[in-house]
Design a protein around this ligand. Structure first.
Ligand code: C2E
Ligand code: CA
Ligand code: CA
Ligand code: CA
Length: 279
């Protein structure tokens, strides 16, 4: 490095300082954004394969940044998790999703559910169950219309604690789905014991389902496993008619993906719902 001259070294160390400074700047920006409620929820329909009805919509957060425009979750969720800011942000997301669901109910889709993603930090937060109940009460949404998506790896980190939290959530009537199923490892003995409603097959198994017999075998197996455990199974990341047909023959219950719709801002979703068959 020395042979490259002092200019280079200066540049390199300068860059390292920058990245530490950038992280702090990002944290402050995120804190400000949460304070100013600069976030929006986009929604993607989950569609029944048997009836074609929209059963639920998944809330996917975006940051409507004053200078940078609409930012996707990978840009800020990891930092929000590292800094603990996911707790206030997650509370805002839960609240907003419940309120928006009530608006669709009033607009004539009274049974449509809303699905909210939970981060690890939110899930291990002792106040989670109480915060969910508060969001339901404040909005007037009935618990059966709320669905939580929790990743497999999160549940398996501390299965006994997860069991208690899940039981608390499920007791109230809120639905629970395991997200990204197949990408982590699940112990079958826990899968059997956890109070769950759905398995959501990760997109990585769906992408090549028509061309890769191994992926097709895995998807078929997850569907059978889910049904034998009395769970509904949903596939994510469906982008083509061929994938959709394949999932139908495998008796998958529902799907979600660009083939049906991209995640839409609330106004556009409300318009789309008018054209779609809703539960
Ligand atoms: P996820 O929960 O697995 O969400 C599915 C992601 O796949 C979304 O990306 C969605 O826009 C995208 N997607 C949906 N259909 C298709 C498709 O047909 N093809 C392809 N290629 N992609 C599709 P998004 O919105 O960028 O979210 C990424 C991740 O960020 C989510 O993965 C979730 O882990 C996290 N996330 C999003 N919203 C929230 C939130 O409100 N709270 C928390 N804690 N995490 C969130
Ligand atoms: Ca999800
Ligand atoms: Ca997922
Ligand atoms: Ca996924």
């Amino acid at each position: 490095a020395k042979s490259k001259g002092p200019g280079q070294i200066q540049f390199y160390s300068g860059e390292m300082n920058d990245s530490a400074a950038l992280r702090i700047e990002m944290e402050n920006d995120l804190r400000r954004g949460i304070e100013k409620e600069e976030f929006v929820l986009y929604y993607q329909p989950k569609v029944s394969l048997a009836t074609g009805e929209v059963e639920s919509v998944e809330a996917l957060v975006r940051w409507n940044h004053p200078e940078k425009g609409i930012l996707p979750p990978h840009y800020f969720i990891p930092r929000a998790e590292e800094t603990g800011l996911i707790i206030p942000l997650g509370r805002w997301i839960m609240d907003r999703a419940c309120r928006e669901a009530v608006i669709w109910h009033q607009a004539g889709f009274p049974r449509l559910r809303v699905a909210v993603n939970l981060s690890a930090l939110q899930f291990i937060n002792q106040d989670l169950v109480r915060e969910i109940l508060t969001a339901l009460e404040r909005s007037g949404l009935s618990p059966e219309c709320l669905e939580l998506e929790i990743t497999e790896s999160l549940l398996m980190q501390d299965p006994d604690a997860a069991m208690r939290t899940l039981s608390g959530i499920r007791e109230k009537g809120v639905h629970v789905a395991i997200d990204d199923f197949g990408t982590g490892y699940s112990s079958f003995s826990y899968l059997k014991k956890f109070p769950l409603d759905r398995l959501k097959i990760d997109r990585s198994f769906i992408t090549d389902i028509c061309d890769n017999p191994n992926d097709a075998a895995i998807v078929r197996t997850i569907i059978t496993l889910g049904h034998n455990l009395n769970l509904k199974v949903i596939a994510e990341g469906v982008e083509s008619q061929a994938q959709l047909e394949m999932l139908k023959t495998m008796e998958c219950d529902a799907y979600q993906g660009f083939y049906n719709s991209r995640p839409l801002p609330p106004g556009e979703l409300a318009e789309r719902l008018k054209e779609m068959r809703i539960l």
